[in-house]
Design a protein around this ligand. Structure first.
Ligand code: IDP
Ligand code: MG
Length: 136
């Protein structure tokens, strides 16, 4: 049975800065994701605060928002069967040191804050996050 879903992916500033975007995009394609939409942007701190508002009580919230707004990012809508969980699997654990071999964060991440990629954590949040970046 097919369970086609869409999820939001972000190539974060640390990876864009190191010119890893094309390599990471190839990983998505190799893993059967379709990149339906894509744009390179830089967001303001206020937009980052809105995007990450579920984390607003966390001690790392301010640094996280400074970081996501610190340089260009690539935001993409990815489509695949079970795209949300498949992307989380491909990304690996939040902390690159704890991520499985072969995952994007293991391969490209520098640290828990500079972990190269974002992916929606539920179908519901994927819809909200896709709207955030792609609704005109
Ligand atoms: P996720 O990106 O794997 O979904 P979340 O818990 O949603 O992880 O956290 C959002 C982002 O906040 C992470 O990708 C990471 O960059 C950052 N972050 C999470 N936990 C910590 C922490 O303990 N210290 C610093 N940054 C963190
Ligand atoms: Mg998350």
């Amino acid at each position: 049975m097919s369970n086609l879903e869409q999820t939001l992916s972000i190539i974060k500033p640390d990876a864009v800065e190191r010119n890893l975007s094309n390599e990471i995009k190839k990983e998505f394609i190799k893993n059967d994701f379709q990149i339906l939409k894509e744009k390179k942007i830089q967001i303001s701190k206020i937009e980052a605060e809105e995007f990450y508002k579920i984390h607003q009580t966390k001690p790392f919230y301010n640094d996280l928002c400074d970081y996501l707004s610190s340089g260009p990012i690539i935001v993409m809508v990815l489509e695949k069967n079970s795209a949300v969980s498949e992307n989380r699997k491909l990304m690996g654990a939040t902390d690159p040191n704890k991520a499985e071999p072969g995952t994007l964060r293991k391969k490209y991440g520098i640290s828990i804050d500079k972990n190269s990629v974002h992916g929606s954590d539920s179908v519901e949040n994927a819809k909200i996050e896709i709207d955030f970046f792609f609704k005109n």
